[in-house]
Design a protein around this ligand. Structure first.
Ligand SMILES: [Zn+2]
Length: 426
């Protein structure tokens, strides 16, 4: 059989698999803990229902299925002692979620196992359905992926949900109810992690591309900026004599926006603002603003945060106000594995499609796994960039493109693993 014929057959198989994957997304979207909307949280009965629904699908594909003690769904296809390719994403959701964020990446793993058929790869495939990525229940994200890399510890275990139950208590209760749960740990044989996810942004759609290759995840800074002016009567204080903290904040925000546009691929957002005393007829005396800054390079992000803080000081000086600005949280940028990223890019090209390299502005499980296992990520076009919303969608043709690409990735990865094996033996 010529390569072209094989590829046509593959494209056809990918289309059939995409139809099934879309049906499965819709079936899982019905499993919720809040009637009328999609909501699934860490260790909830709805997550158990998802496991009960997906488990038999995975077993039918020849996988050995287990739940681990952190509530992650795990399906192994191939020998337990073979090197492993991990394919995963998360099964939990935000409140009032869409049907594809997370779930699609887990079902992609299953679809690739099913579509690869009788291929004899020199590695096993482990599909991972993480129990928590969104942080909806405990306010702390990535609990599922953190557990498998041994980072679910310390202060994280003390986070409490709205009923006052801590992560540690929830995990203990889960373990007693499930004596057959396996240890939440990655295999020492895990050689690579691959995650498919909807883009959650408009870039691929604007470039008319089905798939994008993620080469890194942006680092984040969270900051507070507070302007202190003088509150006063809205009718009796002439404009020239005011120290209006809200007008200063507005001045600063448009300045910050202009500065950020000068830093290529940087994003900065003021998402919260509170003005005091907050009367319709009172000049605002104090204004507190949040500031979220992201970039793929930590040095660029740090420089941008400084430039935005400097702008706040310049505005305050010009207007005769005081300002305080500080960063209270940061997460460094994560670079994905150069070799695997190139391999994923080649896999897209092998299907005859164009692609681009991207930085993810959002956090994903790959961010947690990447420091431990070489990782790659593929984004699927997300119509309108709408996500974390019931209108979230993905086109079946793009899912087919991803499955086709995934099959080519498995071939490329098999060659890569054989080469590594040869090197080890040499
Ligand atoms: Zn997600």
């Amino acid at each position: 059989m010529s390569a072209a014929v094989t590829d046509t057959a593959r494209a056809g198989a990918a289309r059939v698999a995409a139809t099934r994957l879309m049906e499965r997304c819709r079936a899982l979207a019905k499993i919720t803990e809040a009637p009328g909307q999609i909501l699934r949280t860490f260790l909830s009965p709805a997550m158990d229902d998802v496991h009960r629904t997906m488990g038999p699908w995975m077993e039918a594909a020849g996988m050995v299925v287990a739940i681990d003690r952190a509530g992650n769904l795990r399906g192994l296809y191939g020998r337990a002692d073979a090197p492993r390719l991990l394919i995963g994403s998360h099964l939990d959701t935000v409140p009032n979620a869409g049907a594809y964020d997370g779930v699609l990446g887990v079902l992609m793993g299953l679809a690739l196992v099913e579509a690869s058929g009788e291929q004899n790869y020199p590695f096993a495939i482990e599909v991972l359905g993480f129990s928590d990525e969104e942080g909806t229940r405990f306010g702390a994200p990535f609990l599922g992926s953190r557990a498998v890399v041994g980072e679910l510890e310390g202060g994280l275990l003390e986070c409490v949900d709205s009923d006052g139950v801590s992560v540690a208590q929830a995990l203990r209760q889960y373990a007693t109810q499930r004596p057959d749960a396996v240890e939440a740990k990655l295999s020492d044989r895990a050689d690579a992690y691959l995650e498919f996810h909807i883009e959650q942004g408009p870039v691929l759609e604007s470039r008319n591309l089905a798939l994008g290759i993620v080469e890194g995840l942006a680092g984040q800074s969270r900051c507070n900026v507070e302007f202190r002016g003088v509150a006063g009567h809205a009718g009796t204080n002439p404009m020239k004599m005011r120290k209006d903290a809200l007008a200063a904040a507005a001045d600063w925000m448009t300045g910050a926006e202009a500065i950020t546009k000068r830093f290529e691929n940087a994003v900065a957002t003021v998402g919260q603002i509170a003005a005091e005393p907050g009367g319709v007829n009172v000049i605002p005396g104090v204004v507190r603003c949040s500031l979220d800054v992201r970039h793929a390079e930590d040095g660029v992000r740090t420089a941008l945060v400084q430039a935005i803080f400097d702008e706040a000081r310049a505005v305050a000086m010009r207007r005769g106000l005081r300002v305080e600005a500080g960063q209270y949280h940061e997460h460094p940028a994560v670079r994905l594995a150069v070799e695997l990223v190139a391999l994923a890019e080649r896999a897209v090209r092998n299907t005859g499609q164009a692609t681009i390299r991207m930085t993810s502005g959002a956090g994903h499980d790959a961010m947690v796994i990447a420091p431990h296992v070489p990782s790659a990520m593929v984004f699927l076009r997300n119509p309108g960039g709408i996500s974390h919303h019931p209108d979230e969608s993905v086109a079946k043709e793009d899912v087919a493109a991803a499955i086709h690409m995934g099959l080519c990735f498995l071939d490329e990865f098999a060659a890569h693993e054989s080469e590594r094996g040869d090197k080890k033996r040499a």
